[in-house]
Design a binder for this molecule. Structure first.
Ligand SMILES: O=P(O)(O)OC[C@H]1O[C@H](OP(=O)(O)OP(=O)(O)O)[C@H](O)[C@@H]1O
Ligand SMILES: NC(=O)CC[C@H](N)C(=O)O
Ligand SMILES: [Mg+2]
Length: 555
């Protein structure tokens, strides 16, 4: 799950400053929970020049004052990455850039299903060189090729809508995207099923006119002083210039199915996505889980003494659940605020190590008690297994583990990196077997019906959600046994580890050859600019500029 962001400032003086860049950086820090592997910003200044800073690492690692000062321009695009295709290589950090046609910068949240077909098409028919394994680079090149087909020196909004509409018939999967055309403006679009979220907002410009924001989540809006958040609709494309905004449905309507896992885990509670407050939906999840828990505890003959959340995401639901059951709610685990999200870390050993680093149990809340631990979800079981053990180590008499989501048994192919069902703890296991596996005395899962209702009650116009990780039903089509097997082989934890190790070897060779210092295996940060590969971009290092375009947009 990545975070995308686009900003366009109306103020003509913004062209000479780094204002857009630093606001985008601020916005990206609010989307950090969506991707911790890499971050990047490209801005556009006078003469359509692009300026970029991107690298592996968190927002705070990638952008320093000097880097930000170089991000000149009145508009820009930002990205935080959690890879779901390709690797964690620096070359795949976004935004991506192609110089032809017109100079396009592009950022993507989601995942494509028909990668081999697109690759083949781009090679054999479009004659476009693809330099990385990133699906986002393919998406950008499909867009570029569609624009190129007009053969025009100047294009208009019709041409852009047609190009994006064609892209939507060519690309299968999930994609929420924001792009920038040199010297001209922003574009944004969302796949025909609306699986990944993206919206836009406006504010009054510093010297008149209107500023525009595009972002994965509404949380950015208030922080940057924007208002009037509107979701971009499934299959819709938006074109934003300083003078005008065009919005159009460019793909025939399909079933609208936003990903329910955004509400369970990914999004920040202070965001509202597709008219549903994430916070309210999590409260409802806690309430509904409370009902189920009451029944299950009775069946098991267990009396719980205290409800304890697994920080961070489950807090909202756990409090509501405790209130529903009339039980005390205690913060038994203290979270180290300097450790990020563990689920979106790239390897299992890193995830496991970091659960221990991140959470510390306070014995006084556990000793001699029957505790109910509440988490938003149990995916690989990494957190639950460690946490149950920690609770027992500090004297819990019995541990009940309650999950706000139903059992996760199937791969995610739409932008959450869960490619291998065999890595999922509930895959081919009953609830009792899961309990045994994670060492809990009882596991209680939310029902899918309750989960859907927890979200849907706040926007009944959404009739369906993407629930594929619970049901194995994939709304886009194109996902069959063969595809799933291929995905698993390509992206299971072992395969990713192998890739990372070979990447690190490559970097060691490079560092040796330039006598540079090397960091340890855990830290690719800071080394990222040594990567020999480039990703759809000819921009060799931070603060460089590219592009020769003046205003090329015409009618
Ligand atoms: O079963 P698992 O594979 O461990 O995955 C599920 C856990 O991972 C997530 O936490 P994470 O630490 O990523 O983020 P959080 O701090 O927002 O809860 C999620 O909230 C669960 O706690
Ligand atoms: N999580 C995402 O949205 C990832 C975007 C894209 N598939 C990548 O791997 O970079
Ligand atoms: Mg968690």
């Amino acid at each position: 799950m990545c975070g995308i962001l686009g900003l366009l400032l109306h103020d003509p003086l913004a062209t000479q400053t780094a204002l857009a860049g630093s606001e985008i950086c601020e916005g990206l820090s609010l989307l950090q929970h969506r991707g911790q592997d890499a971050a990047g910003i490209v801005t556009c200044g006078s003469h359509g020049r692009f300026y970029q800073v991107k690298a592996n690492g968190m927002v705070r690692d990638v952008f320093d004052a000097q880097g930000l000062a170089g991000l000149k321009g009145w508009m820009g695009v930002g990205h935080v990455r959690y890879p779901t295709a390709g690797s964690s290589a620096h070359a795949e950090a976004q935004p991506f850039y192609v110089n032809s046609p017109y100079g396009i910068v592009f950022a993507h949240n989601g995942n494509l299903i028909n990668i081999p077909n697109l690759r083949q098409f781009l090679d054999a028919d479009a004659h476009r060189h693809i330099n990385t394994d990133s699906d986002s680079e393919l998406l950008l090149n499909i867009l570029a090729n569609n624009l190129q087909k007009t053969g025009k020196i100047r294009i208009n909004e019709e041409d852009i809508f047609t190009a994006i509409g064609d892209l939507m018939s060519q690309c299968v999967g999930a994609y929420a995207c924001v792009g920038m055309l040199a010297g001209f403006g922003l574009i944004a679009f969302r796949d025909p099923n609306g699986i990944r979220p993206v919206g836009m907002a406006t504010r009054a410009g510093a010297r008149g006119g209107t500023d525009y924001l595009v972002a994965s989540e509404s949380v950015v809006v208030g922080a940057l002083g924007f208002k009037h958040w509107e979701d971009i609709q499934a299959g819709e494309a938006v074109i934003i210039t300083r003078q005008k905004v065009w919005r159009r449905q460019v793909a025939p309507p399909r079933m609208f199915t936003p990903d329910i896992f955004e509400y369970v885990y990914f999004a920040r509670p202070d965001s509202t996505l597709d008219g549903i407050s994430v916070y309210r939906s999590r409260m409802a999840m806690g309430e509904a889980l409370g009902e189920t828990a009451q029944r299950e505890l009775k069946k098991a003959g267990l009396e719980v003494d205290v409800v304890i959340p697994v920080p961070d995401t489950s807090r909202v639901a756990a409090l509501q659940l405790a209130q529903h059951l009339g039980l005390p709610y205690r913060e038994g685990f203290v979270k180290n605020r300097y450790v990020g999200r563990t689920f979106i870390m790239p390897g299992q050993s890193q995830r496991r190590k970091n659960v221990r680093r991140k959470l510390n149990a306070m014995p006084m809340e556990f000793a001699g008690k029957v505790v109910m631990l509440v988490d938003d979800s149990i995916v690989r079981g990494t957190t639950s297994e460690e946490i149950v053990q920690m609770a027992k180590d500090v004297g819990a008499k019995k541990v009940v583990f309650a999950s706000c989501a139903p059992p996760i048994r199937y791969s995610n192919v739409y932008g959450i990196d869960m490619p291998s069902p065999h890595e999922l703890v509930a895959h081919n296991r009953t609830t009792e077997e899961v309990a045994q596996h994670i060492g809990a005395d009882l596991v209680i899962y939310q029902t899918l019906e309750d989960l859907v209702w927890s979200c849907r009650q706040f926007n009944p116009r959404i009739e369906h959600f993407d629930c594929s990780v619970f049901t194995g039903e994939y709304v886009t089509g194109g996902v069959d046994e063969r595809y799933l097997e291929h995905l698993e082989k390509l992206r299971n934890d072992k395969a990713k580890l192998k890739k990372r190790l070979s990447m690190m070897e490559e970097m060691e060779v490079l560092a040796d050859s330039c006598n540079g210092p090397m960091n340890g295996a855990d830290s690719l940060i800071g080394l990222s600019n040594h990567s020999p590969q480039i990703g759809a971009t000819a921009m060799p290092s931070p603060n460089d500029t590219v592009g020769l375009h003046n205003s090329w947009f015409g009618s």
